[in-house]
Design a protein around this ligand. Structure first.
Ligand SMILES: [Zn+2]
Length: 96
């Protein structure tokens, strides 16, 4: 488990506790970056996704991101409403 950046329970270890990637570099040495959890190599050596490549994949991630932002805006709107209520209450308290 440790070799792929996980503890005995399968949880991701902090970067400082993960092993080195160890891939052979062009300079002839070994890579000293930490491995990505669940992978045996660092993010430069095949550890991490390069993101959507096909039009279908790009469309899917764009749509998911639009929905995330829509939810975020809803939360902001609600937080704003709460603030106005509190502000109105404090003004009353000041004058009272
Ligand atoms: Zn590496």
């Amino acid at each position: 488990m440790w070799a792929i950046g996980l503890d005995d329970d399968g949880n991701a270890l902090p970067a400082s506790d993960r092993p080195f990637c160890g891939a052979r570099t062009r300079a002839g040495g070994t890579c000293r970056h930490k491995v990505v959890p669940y992978m045996a190599r660092c993010r430069f050596h095949g550890g991490k996704s390069t993101g959507p490549r096909t039009l279908e994949g790009k469309t899917r991630i764009a749509e998911a991101q639009r929905q995330r932002w829509a939810r975020w805006r809803q939360r902001q709107q609600k937080a704003d409403d709460d603030k106005h209520w509190k502000l109105a209450g404090s003004v009353d308290g000041f004058r009272g």
